[in-house]
Write a protein that binds this ligand. Sequence first.
Ligand SMILES: N[C@@H](CCC(=O)N[C@@H](CS)C(=O)NCC(=O)O)C(=O)O
Length: 204
Amino acid sequence: MRMIQLHGTPRSGNTHKVRMALTFLNLPWDEQLTDAAARQSDAFRAINPMAQIPLFIDGDFRLRDSQAILAYLAARHRPGNWDGNTPGERGEIAVWLSHAANEIANGPATLRLSRQFGTTIAEDQAQAVTARFLPVIEAHLAQHRWLVGDRLTIADLAASPYLALAGEADIDLARWPEIAQWTQRIAALPGFPTMPGWPAHPAS
Ligand SMILES: N[C@@H](CCC(=O)N[C@@H](CS)C(=O)NCC(=O)O)C(=O)O
């Protein structure tokens, strides 16, 4: 049987978005460890000119970018339920996918890169983006159990990993209880694939 290939690393939150989706969809896949050196290889650049993970491959079909891969998997396997049943839901999901690729990537995920991987970052800028965004999602989650609608969607899958990993970015989630509870709620879903650094606690 043809097997999905996922290029990633165990500590890549972007890869974990796809790992969660594949697990919840019960789709078998092979994970190809693609560390920094492998990402720079000619062989990998030939299949992903951005030289980034995650990269999703299913036969002749290749897709890069975690948000794009989630959108593809939802459209293919959970249309409506995971990517919005109405134009309004689709728009709201797009807001959170956009936050995942912008504020979350440039805020908490960037802070984590400096703490965990020694990357040189623009610290003030990453702190400012984080300080602007966290109160917005905290207030939203105080009113909503899931980011959009009354169920898990790809908005939750895209936005959650780097917020669950906030401790590794020196962000104290005790200050953000709604975010903390939502990441725990996701971790409590049946079959949730664990990730190093993602605290596993019983969810409310
Ligand atoms: N927009 C991309 C960003 C992917 C990304 O930044 N991946 C990181 C690992 S989590 C990476 O490959 N970094 C190496 C690099 O950018 O050179 C996505 O959401 O998948």
